[in-house]
Design a protein around this ligand. Structure first.
Ligand SMILES: C[S@@+](CC[C@H](N)C(=O)[O-])C[C@H]1O[C@@H](n2cnc3c(N)ncnc32)[C@H](O)[C@@H]1O
Length: 366
């Protein structure tokens, strides 16, 4: 980012925080509390996604409550009630009485992956938010196991994850900017929990010398080789590997992206320890994850985003966003030989890269 863009982004943040503060100062405390606590927001937003109402509203045009009601098979008064609630948050608008048109937010609801992301939040995230995923689903299995057994729910998550691309640093295409990958030369990288190789493909495309092995659950990687472009064949491979199993592949670098966020310390430690038998002296672990800011360190509107993600990670996965001192304690508890070299957080990215070196003399390989 150029200095001019950095300056502009800082000014926008100042305005966002100042206008939010003004709004809050002008509101009475109890109505302000009611607004903040409103779980009801998910009701109207979920209805719009569940019934694909945004798709019924013509771009640049309008449609009546009655027509929407007829198309989705709900009573007109219920449609009006739900949509006028959403409109109070500027999701859809009523340009003339009884007619519905798009706003800048509702237009995005027509994107299938945004619809899936919102539906996932409302239908999986909200019940989990009230008591945790396992209790909400009456199971002792993880969210991955539960969704893995239900194609429609798994597909909704797989599709919805793309919405994260709209948060700075999260898009697959941005991975190249999060770390100085050229410094790795012709390194062999194992991407642990690497999904269907989206990140591996991005890295192989941008950095001509690296080779990658993607490890993930058998179901998650089934058929993923087919998505590797011809020109990258031979540089990206896939191997089914359970994240808690002993790492059997020796590599220069082990990349974990948004993996530790979704596990509590007990399991995060197991994942780290499972890598040790494969680590050569000087091997690197790159942990791309969230590092929680101390209060006041970043603009409040961003701080809220990170703290909301933290609570989501807790409700859905029993995971959490860790502060820097917690990352250090986690690494130390796993093994003193995990040495944190630096944490890199370029530009506006919400994702940081923790660069960790396995600092073992060559004779004491674990
Ligand atoms: C939050 S996703 C991160 C995906 C990928 N690293 C990225 O940034 O796009 C976590 C990944 O961990 C994988 N995972 C979860 N539990 C696992 C397990 N027990 N063994 C192997 N992989 C697992 C999931 O399949 C998923 O791909």
């Amino acid at each position: 980012m150029t200095p001019r863009i950095v300056e502009l982004a800082a000014k926008i943040s100042e305005v966002l925080d100042a206008t939010a503060e003004l709004h809050e100062l002008l509101m009475d405390p109890i109505p302000l509390t009611f607004k903040s606590i409103a779980g009801t927001n998910a009701i109207s937003i979920d209805a719009i996604c569940r019934f694909h109402i945004a798709d019924i509203v013509p771009p640049g045009g309008q449609v009546s409550f009655g027509e929407i009601a007829e198309k989705i098979g709900l009573e007109e008064q219920l449609v009006r009630r739900l949509l006028r609630h959403a409109m109070s948050m500027h999701i859809l608008k009523e340009p003339e009485s009884g007619m519905v048109a798009h706003t800048k937010m509702s237009k995005y609801f027509t994107l299938p992956y945004v619809n899936d992301w919102i539906s996932f939040g409302a239908q999986e995230g909200w019940p989990a938010a009230t008591k945790g995923f396992c209790l909400a689903n009456n199971t002792d299995k993880s969210i991955f196991e539960v969704l893995g057994a239900d194609h429609a729910r798994a597909m909704r998550l797989a599709s919805g994850v793309k919405a994260h691309d709209h948060f700075p640093g999260f898009a697959n295409a941005e991975v190249s900017k999060l770390y100085d990958w050229t410094s790795l030369g012709n390194a062999f990288i194992v991407h642990v929990g690497g999904s269907r190789g989206e990140i591996a493909i991005e890295l192989a495309k941008s950095f001509g010398e690296v080779k990658l092995l993607v490890q993930d659950m058998e179901k998650a990687i089934a058929g993923a080789e087919a998505s590797v472009p011809d020109e990258l064949q031979g540089r990206i491979e896939f191997k089914a590997h359970k994240i808690f199993d002993t790492q059997s592949v020796q590599a220069d670098v082990y990349l974990f992206r948004l993996v530790f966020q979704i596990w509590p310390d007990k399991y995060a430690l197991q994942i780290l320890k499972a890598q040790i038998p494969a680590l050569q002296p000087g091997a690197k672990l790159l942990l791309q994850d969230l590092v929680m800011p101390e209060p006041g360190e970043i603009p409040l509107w961003k701080d809220r985003e990170l703290r909301a993600m933290d609570l989501n990670a807790g409700a859905s996965f029993n995971g959490r966003n860790r502060y820097m001192h917690e990352w250090k304690a986690l690494l130390k508890a796993a093994d003193e030989r995990f040495v944190l070299q630096r944490a890199i957080s370029p530009g506006r990215s919400l994702l940081s890269t923790l660069e960790i070196i396995w600092d073992a003399p060559s004779s004491t390989k674990a």
